[in-house]
Design a binder for this molecule. Sequence first.
Ligand SMILES: [Zn+2]
Length: 308
Amino acid sequence: MSASHVQIAELIEVSLDDITIPPGNHRQDLGDLNGLAESIRTIGLVQPITVRQRDAGGYELVAGQRRLAAARLAGLSTVPAVVRGYADVESRKAMAMENLNRKDLEPLEAAAAYQELLDLGIASEEVAALAGTSAQQVSDHTSLLSLPRKVRRELAGGAIDYQTALLLTQLADTPERLTRALHNTRDGSSLTSAVQHELHARELDRKTESSRVELEQRGVPIIERPRESFSPRARVRRLGNGWGCIPLTQAKHAREACHAAYIEEHTGDIVFVCIDVQRHVGVVPGIQAPADAKAERAAKRSERQAQR
Ligand SMILES: [Zn+2]
């Protein structure tokens, strides 16, 4: 055998019973095989399938699942096959590529094929280049795989379209919000706004939670948002330089027993407060001292009594 023969893949006739389809194959729907089967009956299988030899004996399909199924339907017992000495990785790669080359590929099938290539350790840019698409398309499609099974079924069944599914992937890690967005959409509002609403609410939840954790770690007591914290007469007041605030920095006030905070419900932000402003009378200017005023009134009263 000359060296050049080694390079050429072997073309053989393989019994259908000797061909197994590896679990890595993602082709869910082979479509209508009747036309192809009819053509195979008439002129035979023109394009050979691709297989590789299994260590356990027999062959594993690398490419051509649709042709193989049509050949079976046409009543063939053997098919022409190119035998490749592919490594396992290469055969899975070829299988994924074969799937991606279909024109009628469903989004989830494309997603599974992209994921297969990514799982083989191929970088997403390379996957995109192999598939003749963009890295964004690859990432959009694979994100569909994070959707709850129910939503994936709806996508596969055509109950929701690709764009809708893509929008919902943003809520994939909070299935209860995803379900709510979908439910609200069915009540007539647009899906975009329903998803936006849930994303916003989720963001607020996360920020509120992280604020709470931060305060707990710093040992700052958390109080309810006071109904009135801006009035100069309020006992609880915000720290800072705004109107009605106590002009103390949070760092300075943190050492005080009157230091606390609340979490702003519409933003999740932390607002530091003093819960007993009278502790700062005489130290912080502009704080009235009711205790002193009382003493003053008492003094005036006794003064008046003394004058009688
Ligand atoms: Zn204070």
